[in-house]
Design a protein around this ligand. Structure first.
Ligand code: CP
Ligand code: NVA
Length: 309
């Protein structure tokens, strides 16, 4: 995987995804056995470009680079010359002369793809409007850690089926043989392109990808129930309309009761408590959201070690 970009999971094979998850497990075990620094990226630098806000992605990537013996630079889009019209291509060419990898959080997927086209170093997608691959990798690792398997698990995703997180979970699930049941209103179904790629991958792995309208049907017998915010970054103008349409998709204790008895509740965070999920669920016995957030660190250490070494 050395030298590869990570723009979305459609480009990664089942074996490669498993290699990342296995490495994440090793990273976490070594961290807890006292090895705070595993200096495989000593002397290496990661540039982190942000067009949108972030808590988890920013901090976990920066700490990950530090714990791998390297260094990370936070670069706000508007503070770069990009904000004054320097092209993405020129920025990618110049950064490639200084750093060993670029992580970018952007609006359009085409922006991260353009960065990758012109950069000579690996480019990692830290969220675009279309996908959030490092989140899904980390979530798969968390599910594997909790359930000790991935194949055949039922993951119910309830809410905005066209969110970047939903798309990446569908792609990851299809590569790893999960049963992913998405429940969303018709207007917010996953994009066709994502479903087509997932169906293709599912043929080889035995994954099942279902798109439904009824949240109860999606959650029935699920091992994990997942939701994301109803209004993603950049969609503020559609806020009222989306909230109205997604109202029946709130994750409540009574919805959770339809899942398996030992089902877990997952959320990429940040959560809008009272909208897509209520306090009794996110703070309740089902919730594994803090472990999920922590695992971003271990999983991204794996990604960085494999791609940038
Ligand atoms: N889940 C996630 O990517 O969080 P941030 O927006 O805080 O980075
Ligand atoms: N779908 C959300 C995810 C945040 C991590 C957003 O794009 O805002």
């Amino acid at each position: 995987m050395k030298g590869r970009d990570l723009l979305w999971l459609a480009d990664y094979s089942t074996e490669e995804i498993w290699a990342i998850l296995e490495t994440a497990k090793t990273m976490k075990e070594r961290f807890y056995s006292g090895e705070r620094v595993i200096p495989v990226l000593s002397g290496r630098t990661l540039a982190m470009i942000f067009q949108k806000p972030s808590t988890r992605t920013r901090v976990s990537f920066e700490v990950a680079m530090y714990q791998l013996g390297g260094h990370a630079l936070y670069l706000g889009w508007r503070e770069l010359q990009l904000g004054r019209g320097e092209t993405i291509a020129d920025t990618a060419r110049v950064l490639s002369r200084y750093v060993d990898g670029i992580m970018a959080r952007v609006y359009g997927q085409e922006t991260v793809e353009e960065l990758a086209r012109y950069a000579d170093v690996p480019v990692i997608n830290g969220l675009s409007d279309l996908v959030h691959p490092v989140q899904a990798l980390s979530d798969m690792y968390t599910l594997w850690e909790k359930k000790h398997r991935l194949e055949g698990l039922k993951l119910a995703y309830v809410g905005d089926g066209a969110s970047n997180v939903a798309h990446s979970l569908i792609l990851a699930g299809s590569k790893l043989g999960l049963h992913v049941a998405v429940a969303s209103p018709r207007a917010h179904r996953p994009r066709k392109e994502i479903l087509r790629l997932a169906e293709e991958a599912a043929e080889a792995t035995g994954a099942v990808i279902e798109v439904l309208e009824d949240p109860l049907e999606a959650v029935r017998g699920a091992d994990a129930v997942y939701t994301d915010v109803w209004v993603s970054m950049g969609q503020e103008a559609e806020r009222e309309k989306k909230i109205r349409e997604l109202e029946p998709y709130r994750v409540t204790p009574s919805l959770m009761e339809h899942a398996k008895r030992d089902a877990v509740f997952m959320h990429c965070l940040p959560a809008h408590r009272g909208e897509e999920v209520v306090d009794e669920v996110i703070d309740g016995r089902w919730s594994i959201v803090w472990d999920q957030a922590e695992n971003r660190l271990h999983t991204q250490k794996a990604v960085l070690a494999l791609l940038l070494r």
